[in-house]
Design a protein around this ligand. Structure first.
Ligand SMILES: [Zn+2]
Length: 196
């Protein structure tokens, strides 16, 4: 009788250990699926290249080509030649790549702030974003639609900002947050065209 009870007891202990191992394993697997979160000050920065998700927020090559195929005038009603279309497509691709690479490089260095600058005069973006508006890495993660280019012919680019301690007193480029009360300003429609 005692032996039998001991046997049952042992069996229970073994079962409990097995269940615990199972739970821990599940927890580890679950944790493994989560993006890496680095706590830093008030921000919990999530570093994951926007390369994978950006296609959910930006038109594909096919969409742009389709848009071009029945468009012979741009938004200011000037003729849009095949050379213009080709240039716009190249600009779009190089701007997209430059912005993704900038964020990937920033992630390697742990950069928390980015600001917008313009490679050329861009009145379409100028209505919404001025040079030096900044966003946090987390905002870029939460809202990939704020990654330029914003429209065809867009000259806007994100740049890493290192000197975060100067954000409140900088006069150099008048840094202002892009987000106000948790919301970004409206951004141009990608179909708007800026010929340079
Ligand atoms: Zn633009």
């Amino acid at each position: 009788m005692i032996l039998a009870l001991t046997g049952v007891g042992l069996l229970l202990v073994v079962m409990l250990i097995a269940v615990r191992i199972g739970i821990n394993k599940e927890k580890v697997e679950e944790d493994g699926l989560k993006p890496v979160i680095h706590a830093s000050g008030i921000y919990s920065i999530i570093r994951k290249s926007p390369r994978e998700s950006i296609s959910d927020y930006k038109p594909s090559q096919e969409e742009i080509l389709k848009y071009f195929s029945n468009k012979n005038v741009n938004t200011t009603s000037l003729p849009l030649s095949e050379a213009d279309k080709s240039k716009l497509m190249k600009q779009w691709n190089s701007q997209m790549e430059a912005n993704i690479i900038e964020i990937e490089k920033g992630d390697e260095r742990g950069v928390e702030f980015y600001y917008y600058k313009f490679l050329w005069t861009d009145p379409l973006c100028g209505k919404y974003i001025s040079k030096g508006r900044f966003v946090t890495r987390e905002e870029l993660f939460q809202h990939p639609n704020i990654i330029p280019p914003f429209h065809l012919g867009c000259g806007c680019q994100l740049k890493q900002y290192q000197g975060k301690e100067k954000l409140h007193d900088t006069t150099e480029i008048g840094m202002l947050p892009l987000f106000r009360e948790g919301a970004a300003p409206p951004l141009p429609d990608w179909k708007e065209i800026l010929l340079t």
